[in-house]
Design a protein. Structure first.
Length: 540
Protein backbone atom coordinates (compact mmCIF):
# COMPACT_ATOMS: atom_id res chain seq x y z
CA UNK A 1 0.00 0.00 0.00
CA UNK A 2 1.48 3.42 -0.91
CA UNK A 3 2.55 5.28 2.21
CA UNK A 4 0.69 8.12 3.91
CA UNK A 5 1.16 9.88 7.22
CA UNK A 6 -0.93 11.33 10.00
CA UNK A 7 -0.17 14.74 8.54
CA UNK A 8 -1.74 13.56 5.27
CA UNK A 9 -4.89 12.53 7.13
CA UNK A 10 -5.06 15.97 8.75
CA UNK A 11 -4.61 17.55 5.33
CA UNK A 12 -7.38 15.48 3.72
CA UNK A 13 -9.86 15.80 6.60
CA UNK A 14 -9.06 19.14 8.19
CA UNK A 15 -8.25 19.54 11.85
CA UNK A 16 -11.87 19.32 13.04
CA UNK A 17 -12.75 16.04 11.29
CA UNK A 18 -9.34 14.60 12.12
CA UNK A 19 -9.81 15.08 15.88
CA UNK A 20 -13.30 13.60 15.64
CA UNK A 21 -11.83 10.62 13.81
CA UNK A 22 -9.35 10.02 16.64
CA UNK A 23 -12.32 9.42 18.94
CA UNK A 24 -13.62 6.72 16.58
CA UNK A 25 -10.47 4.60 16.44
CA UNK A 26 -11.87 2.12 18.97
CA UNK A 27 -14.97 1.70 16.77
CA UNK A 28 -13.04 0.33 13.78
CA UNK A 29 -13.38 -3.37 12.98
CA UNK A 30 -13.16 -5.91 10.13
CA UNK A 31 -10.05 -4.29 8.66
CA UNK A 32 -8.76 -5.97 5.49
CA UNK A 33 -6.18 -5.10 2.87
CA UNK A 34 -6.00 -6.35 -0.74
CA UNK A 35 -2.62 -4.90 -1.68
CA UNK A 36 -4.07 -1.60 -2.86
CA UNK A 37 -7.13 -0.72 -0.78
CA UNK A 38 -7.73 -1.00 2.95
CA UNK A 39 -11.33 -1.61 3.97
CA UNK A 40 -13.05 -1.63 7.31
CA UNK A 41 -16.22 -1.02 9.30
CA UNK A 42 -16.67 1.98 11.59
CA UNK A 43 -19.54 1.99 14.05
CA UNK A 44 -21.00 5.43 14.71
CA UNK A 45 -24.61 6.59 14.45
CA UNK A 46 -24.86 3.69 12.01
CA UNK A 47 -22.41 1.05 10.81
CA UNK A 48 -20.39 2.52 7.95
CA UNK A 49 -18.30 0.71 5.33
CA UNK A 50 -15.09 2.62 4.60
CA UNK A 51 -12.43 2.25 1.90
CA UNK A 52 -9.07 4.05 1.54
CA UNK A 53 -6.81 3.85 -1.50
CA UNK A 54 -3.67 6.02 -1.38
CA UNK A 55 -2.42 7.12 -4.79
CA UNK A 56 0.66 8.87 -6.02
CA UNK A 57 -1.28 12.15 -6.06
CA UNK A 58 -3.26 11.83 -2.86
CA UNK A 59 -5.99 9.59 -1.53
CA UNK A 60 -9.17 8.05 -2.91
CA UNK A 61 -11.80 7.22 -0.31
CA UNK A 62 -15.34 6.00 0.08
CA UNK A 63 -17.70 5.93 3.04
CA UNK A 64 -21.48 5.72 3.06
CA UNK A 65 -21.95 8.42 5.70
CA UNK A 66 -23.68 11.67 4.58
CA UNK A 67 -20.54 13.81 5.02
CA UNK A 68 -18.42 11.55 2.80
CA UNK A 69 -21.18 11.34 0.20
CA UNK A 70 -20.67 15.08 -0.28
CA UNK A 71 -17.05 14.30 -1.29
CA UNK A 72 -15.57 15.08 2.16
CA UNK A 73 -12.86 13.05 3.89
CA UNK A 74 -14.90 12.12 6.96
CA UNK A 75 -14.05 11.12 10.53
CA UNK A 76 -14.70 7.46 9.70
CA UNK A 77 -12.03 7.61 6.98
CA UNK A 78 -9.67 9.18 9.52
CA UNK A 79 -10.35 6.43 12.05
CA UNK A 80 -9.69 3.63 9.56
CA UNK A 81 -6.58 5.41 8.31
CA UNK A 82 -5.18 5.74 11.83
CA UNK A 83 -5.86 2.10 12.66
CA UNK A 84 -4.09 0.90 9.52
CA UNK A 85 -1.17 3.23 10.20
CA UNK A 86 -0.84 1.87 13.73
CA UNK A 87 -0.97 -1.72 12.53
CA UNK A 88 1.65 -1.03 9.85
CA UNK A 89 3.99 0.76 12.25
CA UNK A 90 3.73 -2.02 14.87
CA UNK A 91 3.94 -4.93 12.43
CA UNK A 92 0.39 -6.06 13.21
CA UNK A 93 -0.74 -8.39 10.46
CA UNK A 94 -3.81 -7.09 8.65
CA UNK A 95 -6.02 -9.82 7.17
CA UNK A 96 -5.99 -9.99 3.41
CA UNK A 97 -9.28 -9.32 1.68
CA UNK A 98 -10.68 -12.34 -0.15
CA UNK A 99 -9.56 -12.51 -3.78
CA UNK A 100 -12.94 -11.89 -5.36
CA UNK A 101 -11.70 -12.16 -8.94
CA UNK A 102 -10.29 -15.63 -8.35
CA UNK A 103 -13.48 -16.66 -6.58
CA UNK A 104 -15.69 -15.37 -9.38
CA UNK A 105 -13.47 -17.03 -12.00
CA UNK A 106 -14.08 -20.32 -10.22
CA UNK A 107 -17.87 -20.06 -10.54
CA UNK A 108 -19.90 -21.41 -13.39
CA UNK A 109 -22.05 -19.18 -15.59
CA UNK A 110 -25.31 -20.10 -13.87
CA UNK A 111 -23.84 -19.44 -10.44
CA UNK A 112 -22.54 -16.04 -11.57
CA UNK A 113 -25.91 -15.08 -13.05
CA UNK A 114 -27.72 -16.09 -9.86
CA UNK A 115 -25.22 -14.11 -7.78
CA UNK A 116 -25.62 -10.94 -9.88
CA UNK A 117 -29.41 -11.18 -9.95
CA UNK A 118 -29.51 -11.63 -6.17
CA UNK A 119 -27.36 -8.50 -5.78
CA UNK A 120 -29.72 -6.65 -8.12
CA UNK A 121 -32.71 -7.68 -6.01
CA UNK A 122 -31.01 -6.21 -2.93
CA UNK A 123 -29.84 -3.00 -4.61
CA UNK A 124 -32.33 -1.07 -6.85
CA UNK A 125 -29.56 1.20 -8.11
CA UNK A 126 -27.48 -1.77 -9.22
CA UNK A 127 -30.53 -3.30 -10.92
CA UNK A 128 -31.10 -0.04 -12.77
CA UNK A 129 -27.51 -0.04 -14.06
CA UNK A 130 -27.85 -3.63 -15.17
CA UNK A 131 -31.08 -2.85 -17.05
CA UNK A 132 -29.40 0.11 -18.77
CA UNK A 133 -26.43 -2.05 -19.75
CA UNK A 134 -28.79 -4.69 -21.15
CA UNK A 135 -30.60 -2.11 -23.26
CA UNK A 136 -27.34 -0.60 -24.48
CA UNK A 137 -26.05 -4.03 -25.42
CA UNK A 138 -29.14 -4.63 -27.54
CA UNK A 139 -28.96 -1.28 -29.32
CA UNK A 140 -31.07 1.63 -28.15
CA UNK A 141 -32.22 3.22 -31.33
CA UNK A 142 -33.11 0.39 -33.61
CA UNK A 143 -36.67 -0.63 -34.44
CA UNK A 144 -39.89 0.11 -32.60
CA UNK A 145 -39.78 1.65 -29.16
CA UNK A 146 -36.42 3.38 -29.74
CA UNK A 147 -37.55 6.60 -28.11
CA UNK A 148 -38.83 4.82 -24.99
CA UNK A 149 -35.62 2.79 -24.66
CA UNK A 150 -33.48 5.90 -25.02
CA UNK A 151 -35.48 7.86 -22.43
CA UNK A 152 -35.31 4.87 -20.08
CA UNK A 153 -31.54 4.69 -20.48
CA UNK A 154 -31.13 8.39 -19.69
CA UNK A 155 -33.59 8.40 -16.79
CA UNK A 156 -32.11 8.78 -13.31
CA UNK A 157 -34.00 7.37 -10.34
CA UNK A 158 -31.57 8.53 -7.67
CA UNK A 159 -28.71 11.00 -7.36
CA UNK A 160 -25.74 10.15 -9.58
CA UNK A 161 -22.80 10.86 -7.31
CA UNK A 162 -19.43 12.23 -8.40
CA UNK A 163 -17.83 8.80 -8.83
CA UNK A 164 -20.77 7.52 -10.91
CA UNK A 165 -20.98 10.53 -13.24
CA UNK A 166 -18.41 9.10 -15.68
CA UNK A 167 -20.51 5.94 -16.03
CA UNK A 168 -23.62 7.99 -16.76
CA UNK A 169 -21.65 10.08 -19.26
CA UNK A 170 -20.77 6.79 -20.98
CA UNK A 171 -24.49 6.16 -21.49
CA UNK A 172 -24.86 9.58 -23.10
CA UNK A 173 -21.85 8.87 -25.33
CA UNK A 174 -23.49 5.58 -26.38
CA UNK A 175 -26.66 7.45 -27.37
CA UNK A 176 -24.55 9.89 -29.38
CA UNK A 177 -22.81 7.00 -31.14
CA UNK A 178 -26.10 5.40 -32.14
CA UNK A 179 -27.46 8.73 -33.39
CA UNK A 180 -24.34 9.13 -35.52
CA UNK A 181 -25.00 5.66 -36.87
CA UNK A 182 -28.51 6.69 -37.92
CA UNK A 183 -27.08 9.71 -39.73
CA UNK A 184 -24.53 7.57 -41.55
CA UNK A 185 -27.34 5.26 -42.71
CA UNK A 186 -29.23 8.25 -44.11
CA UNK A 187 -31.96 8.23 -41.44
CA UNK A 188 -31.59 11.95 -40.67
CA UNK A 189 -35.24 12.58 -39.74
CA UNK A 190 -35.22 9.77 -37.17
CA UNK A 191 -31.85 10.95 -35.82
CA UNK A 192 -33.13 14.53 -35.44
CA UNK A 193 -36.30 13.49 -33.62
CA UNK A 194 -34.49 11.11 -31.27
CA UNK A 195 -31.67 13.58 -30.60
CA UNK A 196 -34.19 16.27 -29.73
CA UNK A 197 -35.93 13.95 -27.29
CA UNK A 198 -32.58 12.88 -25.85
CA UNK A 199 -31.59 16.50 -25.19
CA UNK A 200 -34.96 17.15 -23.56
CA UNK A 201 -34.64 14.03 -21.40
CA UNK A 202 -31.07 14.84 -20.37
CA UNK A 203 -32.06 18.41 -19.57
CA UNK A 204 -34.61 17.13 -17.09
CA UNK A 205 -32.01 15.02 -15.27
CA UNK A 206 -29.41 17.77 -14.69
CA UNK A 207 -30.19 18.31 -11.02
CA UNK A 208 -29.70 14.61 -10.33
CA UNK A 209 -26.04 14.46 -11.42
CA UNK A 210 -22.94 15.60 -9.54
CA UNK A 211 -20.98 16.54 -12.64
CA UNK A 212 -18.14 18.34 -10.87
CA UNK A 213 -15.59 16.80 -13.25
CA UNK A 214 -17.59 17.78 -16.35
CA UNK A 215 -17.92 14.27 -17.83
CA UNK A 216 -21.67 14.53 -18.42
CA UNK A 217 -21.37 18.11 -19.68
CA UNK A 218 -18.85 17.03 -22.30
CA UNK A 219 -21.06 14.17 -23.46
CA UNK A 220 -24.07 16.50 -23.53
CA UNK A 221 -22.19 18.92 -25.79
CA UNK A 222 -21.57 16.05 -28.23
CA UNK A 223 -25.30 15.27 -28.14
CA UNK A 224 -26.07 18.84 -29.19
CA UNK A 225 -23.51 18.61 -32.02
CA UNK A 226 -25.10 15.49 -33.46
CA UNK A 227 -28.54 17.10 -33.20
CA UNK A 228 -27.32 20.15 -35.11
CA UNK A 229 -25.94 17.82 -37.80
CA UNK A 230 -29.24 15.96 -37.96
CA UNK A 231 -31.15 19.25 -38.26
CA UNK A 232 -28.94 20.34 -41.15
CA UNK A 233 -29.67 17.08 -42.97
CA UNK A 234 -33.35 16.57 -42.08
CA UNK A 235 -34.53 20.20 -42.18
CA UNK A 236 -37.27 19.90 -39.52
CA UNK A 237 -40.08 22.45 -39.30
CA UNK A 238 -38.25 25.72 -38.54
CA UNK A 239 -40.97 27.25 -36.39
CA UNK A 240 -41.33 24.12 -34.30
CA UNK A 241 -37.56 23.85 -33.87
CA UNK A 242 -37.39 27.52 -32.82
CA UNK A 243 -40.08 27.01 -30.19
CA UNK A 244 -38.39 23.92 -28.78
CA UNK A 245 -34.98 25.60 -28.64
CA UNK A 246 -36.23 28.77 -26.94
CA UNK A 247 -38.36 26.79 -24.52
CA UNK A 248 -35.36 24.83 -23.23
CA UNK A 249 -33.16 27.94 -23.15
CA UNK A 250 -35.69 29.72 -20.94
CA UNK A 251 -37.07 26.95 -18.75
CA UNK A 252 -34.37 24.29 -18.96
CA UNK A 253 -31.61 23.42 -16.54
CA UNK A 254 -28.71 24.48 -18.74
CA UNK A 255 -27.54 20.90 -19.42
CA UNK A 256 -26.70 20.72 -22.20
CA UNK A 257 -25.92 24.35 -23.02
CA UNK A 258 -28.06 25.39 -25.97
CA UNK A 259 -26.99 28.42 -28.00
CA UNK A 260 -28.71 29.95 -30.99
CA UNK A 261 -25.69 30.23 -33.27
CA UNK A 262 -25.19 26.50 -33.99
CA UNK A 263 -28.87 26.19 -34.97
CA UNK A 264 -28.96 29.29 -37.20
CA UNK A 265 -28.44 27.40 -40.45
CA UNK A 266 -31.11 24.81 -39.66
CA UNK A 267 -33.57 27.52 -38.55
CA UNK A 268 -33.04 29.60 -41.67
CA UNK A 269 -34.60 33.01 -42.12
CA UNK A 270 -38.12 31.83 -41.26
CA UNK A 271 -37.02 29.99 -38.15
CA UNK A 272 -34.94 32.92 -36.89
CA UNK A 273 -37.90 35.22 -37.44
CA UNK A 274 -40.18 32.88 -35.47
CA UNK A 275 -37.55 32.64 -32.72
CA UNK A 276 -37.24 36.43 -32.56
CA UNK A 277 -41.00 36.96 -32.40
CA UNK A 278 -41.28 34.67 -29.40
CA UNK A 279 -38.16 36.11 -27.78
CA UNK A 280 -39.38 39.72 -27.98
CA UNK A 281 -43.05 38.99 -27.31
CA UNK A 282 -44.72 41.05 -24.59
CA UNK A 283 -45.43 38.14 -22.25
CA UNK A 284 -41.97 36.59 -22.47
CA UNK A 285 -41.16 35.07 -19.10
CA UNK A 286 -37.54 34.74 -18.00
CA UNK A 287 -35.26 36.46 -15.55
CA UNK A 288 -33.55 39.65 -16.66
CA UNK A 289 -30.12 38.10 -17.17
CA UNK A 290 -31.44 35.26 -19.34
CA UNK A 291 -33.66 37.59 -21.33
CA UNK A 292 -30.84 40.03 -22.03
CA UNK A 293 -28.39 37.27 -22.95
CA UNK A 294 -30.77 35.55 -25.39
CA UNK A 295 -31.85 38.82 -26.98
CA UNK A 296 -28.29 40.07 -27.33
CA UNK A 297 -27.22 36.81 -28.96
CA UNK A 298 -30.14 37.05 -31.37
CA UNK A 299 -29.31 40.65 -32.25
CA UNK A 300 -25.63 39.80 -32.72
CA UNK A 301 -26.42 36.78 -34.89
CA UNK A 302 -28.81 38.73 -37.11
CA UNK A 303 -26.36 41.63 -37.37
CA UNK A 304 -28.84 44.18 -36.01
CA UNK A 305 -26.59 46.67 -34.18
CA UNK A 306 -29.44 49.03 -33.27
CA UNK A 307 -31.35 46.15 -31.68
CA UNK A 308 -28.21 45.09 -29.81
CA UNK A 309 -27.79 48.63 -28.46
CA UNK A 310 -31.42 48.67 -27.29
CA UNK A 311 -31.03 45.30 -25.56
CA UNK A 312 -27.89 46.40 -23.69
CA UNK A 313 -29.50 49.72 -22.83
CA UNK A 314 -32.65 48.28 -21.21
CA UNK A 315 -33.21 47.12 -17.65
CA UNK A 316 -31.87 48.32 -14.35
CA UNK A 317 -28.26 48.15 -15.52
CA UNK A 318 -27.06 49.60 -18.80
CA UNK A 319 -24.15 47.67 -20.34
CA UNK A 320 -22.27 50.70 -21.65
CA UNK A 321 -19.04 48.87 -22.44
CA UNK A 322 -20.86 46.31 -24.60
CA UNK A 323 -22.78 49.04 -26.38
CA UNK A 324 -19.52 50.83 -27.14
CA UNK A 325 -17.97 47.58 -28.38
CA UNK A 326 -20.94 46.88 -30.65
CA UNK A 327 -21.02 50.37 -32.16
CA UNK A 328 -17.25 50.48 -32.62
CA UNK A 329 -17.32 47.06 -34.30
CA UNK A 330 -20.10 48.23 -36.62
CA UNK A 331 -17.97 51.15 -37.82
CA UNK A 332 -19.87 53.84 -35.89
CA UNK A 333 -17.07 55.45 -33.84
CA UNK A 334 -18.77 58.74 -32.98
CA UNK A 335 -21.80 56.98 -31.51
CA UNK A 336 -19.46 54.65 -29.62
CA UNK A 337 -17.63 57.67 -28.19
CA UNK A 338 -20.92 59.29 -27.18
CA UNK A 339 -22.03 56.18 -25.29
CA UNK A 340 -18.60 55.92 -23.65
CA UNK A 341 -18.99 59.47 -22.31
CA UNK A 342 -22.49 58.56 -21.05
CA UNK A 343 -21.12 55.56 -19.22
CA UNK A 344 -18.32 57.57 -17.67
CA UNK A 345 -20.89 59.95 -16.16
CA UNK A 346 -22.57 57.09 -14.30
CA UNK A 347 -21.94 57.14 -10.51
CA UNK A 348 -19.44 54.82 -8.93
CA UNK A 349 -16.08 53.56 -10.05
CA UNK A 350 -15.45 54.23 -13.77
CA UNK A 351 -15.58 51.16 -16.00
CA UNK A 352 -11.99 50.52 -17.13
CA UNK A 353 -13.16 49.32 -20.55
CA UNK A 354 -14.92 52.64 -21.16
CA UNK A 355 -11.88 54.55 -19.95
CA UNK A 356 -9.62 52.57 -22.26
CA UNK A 357 -11.86 53.21 -25.26
CA UNK A 358 -12.28 56.90 -24.49
CA UNK A 359 -8.63 57.63 -23.86
CA UNK A 360 -7.45 55.62 -26.85
CA UNK A 361 -9.91 57.35 -29.19
CA UNK A 362 -9.25 60.85 -27.84
CA UNK A 363 -5.49 60.26 -28.07
CA UNK A 364 -5.78 59.06 -31.67
CA UNK A 365 -7.89 62.11 -32.55
CA UNK A 366 -5.47 64.52 -30.86
CA UNK A 367 -8.14 65.83 -28.46
CA UNK A 368 -5.65 66.52 -25.68
CA UNK A 369 -7.78 68.73 -23.45
CA UNK A 370 -10.68 66.27 -23.43
CA UNK A 371 -8.25 63.43 -22.76
CA UNK A 372 -6.81 65.24 -19.74
CA UNK A 373 -10.30 66.02 -18.48
CA UNK A 374 -11.26 62.33 -18.70
CA UNK A 375 -8.10 61.29 -16.90
CA UNK A 376 -8.64 63.84 -14.14
CA UNK A 377 -12.28 62.83 -13.66
CA UNK A 378 -11.26 59.17 -13.38
CA UNK A 379 -8.56 60.04 -10.84
CA UNK A 380 -10.86 62.31 -8.84
CA UNK A 381 -13.54 59.61 -8.60
CA UNK A 382 -11.06 56.83 -7.88
CA UNK A 383 -7.86 58.33 -6.44
CA UNK A 384 -5.35 55.48 -6.54
CA UNK A 385 -1.95 54.67 -7.99
CA UNK A 386 -3.22 53.34 -11.34
CA UNK A 387 -5.37 56.40 -12.09
CA UNK A 388 -2.54 58.69 -10.92
CA UNK A 389 -0.11 57.01 -13.29
CA UNK A 390 -2.57 57.27 -16.17
CA UNK A 391 -3.10 60.97 -15.41
CA UNK A 392 0.67 61.51 -15.44
CA UNK A 393 1.13 59.62 -18.72
CA UNK A 394 -1.55 61.63 -20.57
CA UNK A 395 -0.53 65.05 -19.23
CA UNK A 396 2.01 67.05 -21.29
CA UNK A 397 5.34 67.24 -19.47
CA UNK A 398 5.17 71.03 -19.32
CA UNK A 399 1.86 70.96 -17.51
CA UNK A 400 2.58 68.04 -15.19
CA UNK A 401 4.06 69.99 -12.20
CA UNK A 402 0.83 71.95 -11.72
CA UNK A 403 -1.40 68.93 -12.24
CA UNK A 404 0.79 66.89 -9.88
CA UNK A 405 0.39 69.40 -7.07
CA UNK A 406 -3.37 69.40 -7.61
CA UNK A 407 -3.45 65.58 -7.55
CA UNK A 408 -1.28 65.36 -4.41
CA UNK A 409 -3.49 67.94 -2.69
CA UNK A 410 -6.50 65.72 -3.38
CA UNK A 411 -4.63 62.67 -2.02
CA UNK A 412 -3.64 64.60 1.12
CA UNK A 413 -7.28 65.55 1.76
CA UNK A 414 -8.27 61.91 1.30
CA UNK A 415 -5.48 60.73 3.60
CA UNK A 416 -6.48 63.19 6.32
CA UNK A 417 -9.93 61.55 6.48
CA UNK A 418 -8.55 58.03 6.94
CA UNK A 419 -9.79 56.27 10.09
CA UNK A 420 -7.43 53.31 9.91
CA UNK A 421 -3.85 54.60 10.00
CA UNK A 422 -2.41 51.06 9.85
CA UNK A 423 -4.04 50.37 6.48
CA UNK A 424 -2.38 51.14 3.11
CA UNK A 425 -2.29 54.85 2.25
CA UNK A 426 -2.67 55.89 -1.40
CA UNK A 427 -0.71 59.11 -0.88
CA UNK A 428 2.22 57.10 0.46
CA UNK A 429 1.94 54.59 -2.40
CA UNK A 430 2.02 57.36 -5.02
CA UNK A 431 5.03 59.08 -3.45
CA UNK A 432 6.83 55.73 -3.16
CA UNK A 433 6.16 55.14 -6.85
CA UNK A 434 7.81 58.47 -7.60
CA UNK A 435 10.73 57.80 -5.26
CA UNK A 436 10.23 61.07 -3.39
CA UNK A 437 11.98 60.19 -0.13
CA UNK A 438 11.36 63.43 1.75
CA UNK A 439 7.68 63.78 0.92
CA UNK A 440 6.87 60.11 1.44
CA UNK A 441 8.51 60.12 4.88
CA UNK A 442 6.46 63.15 5.89
CA UNK A 443 3.27 61.59 4.51
CA UNK A 444 3.81 58.26 6.30
CA UNK A 445 4.61 60.03 9.57
CA UNK A 446 1.54 62.24 9.34
CA UNK A 447 -1.08 59.86 7.93
CA UNK A 448 0.25 56.39 8.73
CA UNK A 449 0.39 53.38 6.41
CA UNK A 450 0.60 49.60 6.53
CA UNK A 451 3.70 47.59 7.40
CA UNK A 452 4.69 46.84 3.81
CA UNK A 453 4.61 50.53 2.94
CA UNK A 454 6.55 51.46 6.08
CA UNK A 455 9.27 48.98 5.12
CA UNK A 456 9.57 50.53 1.67
CA UNK A 457 9.49 54.05 3.14
CA UNK A 458 12.26 53.11 5.57
CA UNK A 459 14.31 51.48 2.79
CA UNK A 460 14.08 54.75 0.82
CA UNK A 461 14.93 56.72 3.95
CA UNK A 462 18.11 54.71 4.53
CA UNK A 463 19.78 56.63 1.72
CA UNK A 464 19.56 60.04 3.40
CA UNK A 465 18.53 59.52 7.04
CA UNK A 466 19.47 55.99 8.15
CA UNK A 467 18.76 56.85 11.80
CA UNK A 468 15.08 57.32 10.90
CA UNK A 469 15.03 53.91 9.22
CA UNK A 470 16.56 52.40 12.36
CA UNK A 471 13.60 53.67 14.39
CA UNK A 472 11.12 52.05 12.00
CA UNK A 473 12.89 48.68 11.88
CA UNK A 474 13.49 48.51 15.65
CA UNK A 475 9.82 49.21 16.38
CA UNK A 476 8.79 46.47 13.94
CA UNK A 477 11.13 43.98 15.61
CA UNK A 478 9.46 44.55 18.98
CA UNK A 479 5.97 44.42 17.46
CA UNK A 480 6.64 41.03 15.91
CA UNK A 481 8.12 39.67 19.11
CA UNK A 482 5.05 40.76 21.08
CA UNK A 483 2.96 38.52 18.87
CA UNK A 484 2.24 34.97 19.98
CA UNK A 485 3.19 33.67 16.53
CA UNK A 486 6.67 32.16 16.32
CA UNK A 487 6.28 32.30 12.57
CA UNK A 488 7.17 36.01 12.76
CA UNK A 489 10.58 35.33 14.33
CA UNK A 490 12.50 34.96 11.03
CA UNK A 491 11.24 38.36 9.83
CA UNK A 492 12.04 39.95 13.20
CA UNK A 493 15.59 38.59 12.99
CA UNK A 494 16.04 39.96 9.46
CA UNK A 495 14.88 43.39 10.62
CA UNK A 496 17.23 43.23 13.61
CA UNK A 497 20.07 42.49 11.21
CA UNK A 498 19.19 45.61 9.22
CA UNK A 499 19.19 47.72 12.40
CA UNK A 500 22.57 46.29 13.38
CA UNK A 501 23.97 46.99 9.91
CA UNK A 502 22.70 50.59 9.80
CA UNK A 503 24.31 51.33 13.16
CA UNK A 504 27.55 50.01 11.73
CA UNK A 505 27.18 52.13 8.60
CA UNK A 506 26.85 55.20 10.81
CA UNK A 507 30.00 54.23 12.70
CA UNK A 508 28.05 53.50 15.88
CA UNK A 509 29.37 50.01 16.62
CA UNK A 510 28.82 50.45 20.35
CA UNK A 511 25.14 51.18 19.79
CA UNK A 512 24.91 48.18 17.46
CA UNK A 513 26.34 45.86 20.11
CA UNK A 514 24.18 47.43 22.79
CA UNK A 515 21.04 47.02 20.65
CA UNK A 516 21.81 43.34 20.04
CA UNK A 517 22.69 42.63 23.67
CA UNK A 518 19.49 44.23 24.95
CA UNK A 519 17.43 42.37 22.35
CA UNK A 520 18.88 38.99 23.28
CA UNK A 521 18.54 39.71 26.99
CA UNK A 522 14.96 40.94 26.80
CA UNK A 523 13.85 37.92 24.78
CA UNK A 524 16.18 35.30 26.23
CA UNK A 525 13.32 32.89 26.87
CA UNK A 526 12.36 32.86 23.17
CA UNK A 527 14.81 30.22 22.07
CA UNK A 528 13.47 30.03 18.53
CA UNK A 529 14.03 33.75 18.09
CA UNK A 530 17.55 33.50 19.44
CA UNK A 531 18.21 30.71 16.97
CA UNK A 532 16.96 32.98 14.18
CA UNK A 533 19.34 35.70 15.32
CA UNK A 534 22.16 33.18 15.12
CA UNK A 535 21.01 32.20 11.63
CA UNK A 536 21.29 35.80 10.32
CA UNK A 537 24.72 36.26 11.85
CA UNK A 538 23.76 38.01 15.10
CA UNK A 539 25.05 35.40 17.51
CA UNK A 540 25.65 36.30 21.14
Amino acid sequence: MPSYTREDLIHFAGAKSYHRGVDYVSQVSEVTFDGRTVRGTVTGTHVYRVELTPTGRGMEWDCDCPWAEEANFCKHCVALGLVYLYDSEHAVEVPKAPDLRSYLDSLGTDELVDLVLAAADDDPGFRRRLETSAELAGGLLGGAGARARMERALRIDDLVEYRQAREYAGTVHRVVGELEGLLERGEAAAAEELARHAITALNGQAGMVDDSAGHVGGAAAELVEVHVQACAAARPDASELAGWLLGLQVEGSGLPELLLDPYAEALGEAGLEAYGERLFAGGFSANEWTTRFLRSEYARLTGDTDLLVRVYGQGERVYYARIVEALHGAGRPEEALEWAFKGLREPGRPDQRLLDHLTRTLREQGRTEELQAVRWEAFERSPELTTYRALREDTPQSGWPAVREQALALLRRTASRRRAPHFPCTLVEVLLDEGDGEQVWAAAAEHGCDEDQWLRVAALREETRPEDAIGVYAAMVQAKLRSASTGLYPKAAELARRVYGLYGRLGREDQARSFLAELRSEHRRKRRFLAELDRVGLGG
